[in-house]
Design a protein around this ligand. Structure first.
Ligand code: FE
Length: 337
């Protein structure tokens, strides 16, 4: 009798304890769709789980495929968060009503206003600078000044550009339209096209290889590609030039995230988003890809810091999305393929 009472007591106790010990570890989870590859996100997710006990499950794919999937899944989506590069992509996700606004003092304190959506549907988490890289044996840095100046005939057959199909260049041209107006921006892009030394190139790394090989003097690339290339071969005759330092500043874009419209774990997802903007995660998020932290209190990776500090264009990057279609049409008219 006593034994059976004790058995029942221990069974009940076990259930009670396991409810509080086992359950909370798995009770909360966040599902992430990420266009950033696993090695760029896993370290932050592991740190988040360690700190909060909230599990993070993720799927990685190209941004187009993830957006299509979110659209198709609608309110049945398992995803709570979308992570992708480029404000143009996040803007497109918001336009397609795939994201929901988040009100968070932590996010507004950690992320400068121009690097997040004014409607709070997405937030920048790292900064990527799109800057000039030139051949140190062929070009004197004093000859360089702005993106617009690359349209000057003195750069005839000296310019290499990545294809206009890439969202990075669409965002760059969109920001130039915002700055100069459409007519002036078109004049600049036509000047670029007239100065091209080769047909537009498939990616930033190849564009720099063309510059290093002396097939052109200068190109426009994201700095992390420069970092990767120079780590592989520090002897390449390449250097970074920060344009527009006397006026608007360097064109910057972001990698960022938003909470999905039909998230079922919204509170946990907001916690993850806040964590990614925090001092603890900012270096992880930026340094793994040689980008710059969005949180201005955090210094970049020491290798990235050797490229020097620079003035960033403070225009809200939402413009990159709003003017994307206009930019694509403009580049097409100007013959930039
Ligand atoms: Fe990239």
């Amino acid at each position: 009798m006593l034994r059976s009472i004790l058995n029942r007591f221990f069974a009940a106790l076990f259930c009670f304890v396991s409810l509080f010990v086992t359950q909370p570890v798995y009770a909360e989870q966040v599902v992430v769709y990420s266009a950033r590859i696993e090695q760029l996100i896993k370290p932050m997710f592991d740190a988040f789980t360690k700190e909060t006990g909230i599990r993070v499950r993720y799927t990685t794919d190209k941004e187009g495929a993830l957006l299509a999937r979110l659209k198709a899944e609608g309110r049945n989506t398992p995803a709570d968060m979308l992570i992708t590069a480029d404000a143009g992509n996040l803007w497109a996700a918001a336009q397609a009503k795939l994201l929901k606004p988040v009100v968070s003092d932590v996010l507004t304190a950690n992320i400068p206003a121009h690097l997040r959506d004014p409607q709070n549907e997405w937030f920048g988490l790292s900064i990527r600078a799109r800057t000039l890289v030139y051949n140190t044996q062929r070009v004197k840095p004093a000859a360089l000044s702005t993106y617009a100046a690359l349209a000057d005939p003195k750069w005839n057959r000296q310019l290499c550009l990545r294809t206009s199909k890439k969202v990075y260049n669409q965002s760059l041209v969109a920001m130039m339209i915002a700055e100069y107006g459409e007519a002036e921006a078109e004049k600049i892009v036509r000047g670029w096209v007239a100065n091209l030394a080769t047909d537009p190139i498939s990616d930033d790394t190849r564009a720099m290889e063309f510059v290093a090989a002396g097939r052109c003097g200068v190109t426009i690339v994201n700095t992390y590609y420069y970092g990767r290339l120079m780590k592989k071969d520090p002897t390449l005759p390449l250097a970074i030039f920060w344009p527009n330092q006397e006026n608007s500043g360097v064109h910057v874009n972001i990698s960022g995230a938003g909470i999905t419209r039909y998230s079922r774990n919204e509170q946990a997802a907001i916690k993850l988003l806040e964590f990614l903007s925090s001092d603890k995660a900012q270096n992880l998020f930026a340094d793994v890809n040689m980008e710059y932290p969005v949180n201005p209190n955090i210094a970049p990776d020491p290798f990235v810091e050797t490229w020097g500090s620079f003035k960033k264009n403070p225009m809200n990057i939402t413009k990159a999305g709003e003017l994307q279609t206009t930019a694509v049409k403009l580049m097409d008219r100007a013959g930039y393929r």
